[in-house]
Write a protein that binds this ligand. Structure first.
Ligand code: 13P
Length: 341
């Protein structure tokens, strides 16, 4: 295992004021996003959309790495340049989603297990040759009556750790993503309790599978109430609880934590990150690895029209800049208004 290389990549992924663009929507997920803006999900449209993102100013200044889907890592821009090269030319690192999705788990009604370990070693080799230097695997933990169960959490944590070990052996930094969903009507305390349990189990499995913590990045959810909960939480409470749960579960050897946005509004995702960084005295870097919270605005601005490309790039750069400021603890809602003016 090339420990020094893995550590250098992991550190670059979470370098000051930079975060990760999650552009790894599967074909079915990107179709949903395109349906919402009235764009047909063809291979060319998916390429055009990703190309406009990768050519935006945001890339050089604010985006340390981009998570790609299998189709995208093989695609070429309109002028024939591989999309991976566009990312590299911007000084950003190409990454790849390698899980095969969360599938219903046998004998565990209402819970899922993320698949994709079979043949993963071979696929990682191919992705490395295509330019990927980090990868992502997402485990999905839903909160509901009687779930999550210890059996499903253990199975998902084991798969995450096996994936991470295979990545490191291939010279690829694993993003370890155990996502506790914010669907449902549970309160913030329940999210805290479940996330704490999941992270404890995940780090225990990472240890058993000999994963080098210095050569990985954790991608967790924030501690928030369910979307349908009667009581919502303040920014200060989300920040305090999220930092508290992470301090009690994530070893300081982990170089960085890059949050998922998970369905929060764009501005909430930014405000929460900013408030956490402002708390200070953290043993790891905190940053973003947002999908929806970075792309909702550019998708809307683009709406599939070539004449809107510049506006979409500006919308992406604005959101990336806001999140970059948040990762530095320098964001304020005033800065959001500046753009609107
Ligand atoms: P969201 O920020 O939209 O949750 O996506 C991040 C991601 O990569 C989920 O796996």
């Amino acid at each position: 295992m090339m420990k020094a290389e893995l550590e250098a990549i992991a550190q670059k992924m979470v370098s000051d004021g930079k975060g990760i663009l999650a552009a790894d929507e599967s074909t079915s997920t990107i179709k949903k996003r395109f349906d919402a803006i009235g764009v047909e999900s063809t291979e060319d449209n998916r390429r055009d959309y990703r190309e406009l993102m990768f050519r935006a100013d945001a890339m050089q200044e604010y985006i340390s790495g981009v998570i790609l889907f299998d189709e995208t890592i093989r695609q070429k821009a309109k002028d024939g340049t591989p999309l991976v090269t566009l990312i590299e030319q911007a000084g950003s690192i190409p990454g790849i989603k390698v899980d095969a999705g969360a599938k219903p788990m046998a004998l565990f009604p209402g819970e899922t297990i993320t698949e994709g370990l079979d043949g993963l070693g071979g696929r990682l080799k191919e992705y490395y040759d295509l330019g990927a230097r980090f990868a992502k695997w997402r485990a999905v933990i839903d909160i509901g009556a009687g779930i999550p169960t210890p059996g499903a959490v253990a199975a998902n944590a084991h798969a995450l750790a096996r994936y991470a070990a295979l990545c490191q052996e291939a010279g690829i930094v694993p993003i370890v993503e155990p996502e506790v969903l914010m669907d449902g009507d549970h309160g913030i305390e329940r999210c805290y309790e479940v996330t704490e349990y999941v992270l404890k189990v995940v780090f225990s499995e990472l240890y058993l599978q000999r994963v080098c913590l210095e050569g990985m990045v954790l991608k967790p959810n924030m501690i928030v109430p369910g979307k349908k909960a009667r009581t919502q939480a303040s920014v200060a409470e989300v920040a305090e609880k999220t930092v508290r749960v992470l301090k009690s579960t994530v070893p300081a050897a982990v170089p960085g934590i890059a949050f998922l946005s998970g369905g929060q509004s764009d501005e909430d995702a930014t405000a929460h990150l900013d408030a956490m960084v402002k708390l200070g005295s953290l043993p790891w870097k905190l940053t973003y690895s947002y999908g929806r919270a970075l792309q909702a605005a550019p998708q809307k601005a683009w709406s599939g029209k070539a004449e809107n490309v510049a506006a979409a790039q500006a919308a992406f750069t604005h959101r990336a800049r806001m999140n970059s400021l948040a990762a530095l603890g320098q964001w304020s809602s005033e800065q959001e208004k500046k753009k609107a003016a």
